[in-house]
Ligand binder design. Sequence first.
Ligand code: PLP
Length: 403
Amino acid sequence: MPVEEVYSLLKLHEKMISESIPLIASENVTSFAVRMCLLSDFGHRYAMGEVGDRAYSGCAYIDEVEKKAVELSKKLFKAEYVNVRPISGTVANLAVYGALAECGDRIAATPVECGGHTSHFDTASIRCLKTLKLPFDVSSFTIDVEKAERLIREEKPKIVMLGSSVILFPHPVEELRDVCDEVDSEVVYDASHVLGLIAGGKFQDPVREGARIVTASTHKTFPGPQRAVIFGNPGDELAESIDRAVMPGVVSNHHLHSLAAYAVACMEMLEFGKSYAEQTVANAKILAERLYELGIDVIGEDRGFTESHQVVFKGGRNEQKVLEKNGIFVNLWPTTSMIRIGVQEITRLGMKESEMEYIAELIVRSLEGKDVRSEVKELACAFREVQYSFDRRIAHNPEIFDL
Ligand SMILES: Cc1ncc(COP(=O)(O)O)c(C=O)c1O
């Protein structure tokens, strides 16, 4: 059958992933309960308009799911305002920039070379905003608060964007709140990477610390489908502008199958989020410490290496390729010689401290040129079920693509 051309590739991919150690910090695996929503008829439908007042017929059950997603998100993130419609983190940022700033305004964000996300800068150019780089202290892997205060006072950016893609430690939301108030800057926190840790109470709480708005993709430490959420306590006026900036501003159809999947992921996080986040952070710390003991140049030694799901060490394309050959998937941070790893996916598959110690050894031995492929495969195959979820099905099943 012609579809086999594609299905055989999907099957090979599922097999490859199931026999590997996935350490990409921006990814995760969803539960079977979440995936069922992605297969549903919701994925064929449109729901323009508002809940209870749609321009399209047939939205009765979609409306109920959207209401549920909003209600669950408010509870999970302890926020008065939630928008569950952005279809990706970049789209959420684009909408928030549109609601908060006007063409010609300035925004300040963590430089990409220090772990900031490209969307903070490229999205700004779509809105014709000028960008400023927040001063960053690479040695302690933190925004330099004193220099940042000076920059904010001098340049008066309309938005100070905190949160980033390489985020080992909390960002200085509380510390920069006052100076932002002084010059009328809005603090926006991009929680894409740490959303699951925030939901589980294991990272900073940007809303309580003074961020006006939080944007986040929902598929990194938050184990949901690929989409995004915006939340906070911005007040009615700003809430309305953000809603308009999202839809119809940058989204005309908010991918309803993945909206349902997101609602289910919220339920999982309300039930299991605390233990999942705790284990994730504990795993990252152990992995970092063990790698360091084994001679790897891990960043952040002075501060205990990490308080998030991430571990960063010095390395380049060669190291990435060697690890990939052995079935250990990591990513190289563009424009630097840093390798970023994340433990949120292997934690979701049930790995704990002793597996972290073993993975550190596997990483070191493969970087020394040893062949650890079969040990990687054996470890991966022992941890195939998605944990911290209502159902305990296997994460990857190549056989579903047998026609
Ligand atoms: C901090 C941050 N913001 C935004 C995004 C973009 O999210 P998406 O890929 O859903 O557009 C990412 C993606 O990795 C990210 O790390």
